[in-house]
Ligand binder design. Structure first.
Ligand code: PMV
Length: 333
């Protein structure tokens, strides 16, 4: 049986940074994200006979299949192993995967990649798990953000009320609730030097880590309320605080991690200046140099034009809130 799934990336409004158990991606604190649409991973999985060896291919932008790089293949194999143990099967899997955007450059390729893998494996086995169960299956990859990408709209993980840190993700509001855009300024497409898993590992060595944790309950409440009331003026400042503090913690971890590039600052400056001129747009960043600008969908074209004019911006991706993974009729093999 063969299944092809297109799963989107997501952008965190309140970040997952620091884990209780890194190998199973069990977070210390809740995070909230918006599921995207354009930045997505397409993955075809074929369920092979019991005991068959797994195989993994990466399809490049031109449609050519190539052998997956070692580090990537090792993460996929480890996820397949955990999925087999969790679901209770000994089948092998043939996997082919293709990204619509630069991988491993802070554009949440692990979130979309592992959400697509967990969903495609489940459906290749003829299984129809609930959103909660899919979230757990995606998280078994070790990428916590993948547990949010199996759901559409505005997603919190672990799901509220938040007293069970092992709880899966749940949608707070569907995509139709608020038509927000994420206009992404790509300033770097090379693979980042330090993977987010190492960032999580080092997070608690920063003297600022506990300070942020103490601020999180208020921040999470503000983000939930801002989304509920569709208030960008409430959401925006919290978004920027969160992004800056994630990087403050990364920069002050031992050893320190610097994801920013000069063009990162230039983009942040351009957004701040445009806001002074009346544009309602706010920046956030994941563990990478690229900048995500959150605005109403009606302002996305103006924001994209602004970002294209900033020196050092290689590409601008106009993304927006989306509905989560879908199955695709055309397989990759
Ligand atoms: O899912 P991971 O382990 O790659 O970690 C994601 C980390 C951030 O993207 C920086 C934040 C987040 O919540 O998505």
């Amino acid at each position: 049986m063969k299944s092809t799934i297109v799963a989107p990336a997501n952008i965190a409004f309140v970040k997952y940074w620091g884990a209780r158990d890194l190998s199973s991606a069990l977070p210390l604190d809740p995070s909230i994200s918006m599921t995207l649409s354009v930045c997505a991973t397409t993955t075809t999985v074929e369920a092979l006979p019991e005991g068959a060896a797994d195989s993994i291919e990466l399809i490049d932008a031109g449609g050519t299949a190539r052998v997956a790089p070692e580090r990537f293949a090792a993460r996929v194999l480890a996820h397949l192993e955990r999925l087999r143990a969790h679901i209770g099967t000994s089948r092998g899997f043939r996997v082919a995967t293709r990204n619509s955007f630069p991988a491993a450059a802070g554009l949440a390729s692990s979130a979309s990649g592992f959400a697509a893998l967990a969903t495609a494996v489940s459906s290749a086995l003829g299984d129809k798990p609930s959103g909660r169960e899919l979230s757990i299956r995606a998280r078994l990859s070790g990428s916590g953000s993948a547990s949010r990408s199996v759901l559409g709209g505005y997603v919190e993980w672990p799901a509220p009320p938040g007293d069970d840190p092992d709880a899966p993700a749940a949608a707070l509001f569907p995509a139709s609730h608020w038509d927000l855009a994420d206009v992404i300024a790509v300033v770097e497409t090379a693979e980042k030097d330090v993977a987010s898993i190492d960032g999580h590992r080092r997070a608690a060595t920063s003297p600022h880590f506990e300070t942020r944790r103490n601020l999180l309950p208020t921040r999470l409440a503000a983000v939930r309320l801002a989304i509920e009331e569709r208030r960008l003026d409430l959401l925006g400042p919290v978004l920027e605080e969160e992004a800056v503090e994630l990087h403050l913690i990364a920069m002050s971890s031992r050893p320190p991690i610097f994801y920013w590039r000069p063009a990162t600052l230039a983009v942040l400056e351009a957004i701040r200046r445009a806001r002074q001129q009346g544009l309602s747009a706010w920046a956030t960043m994941d563990a990478g140099a690229n900048v995500h600008t959150i605005c109403e969908r009606s302002a996305a074209k103006d924001v994209a034009q602004l970002l294209r004019a900033v020196a050092g911006v290689e590409e601008v991706i106009e993304d927006h809130v989306g509905n989560g993974p879908v199955s695709a009729p055309a397989h990759l093999f």
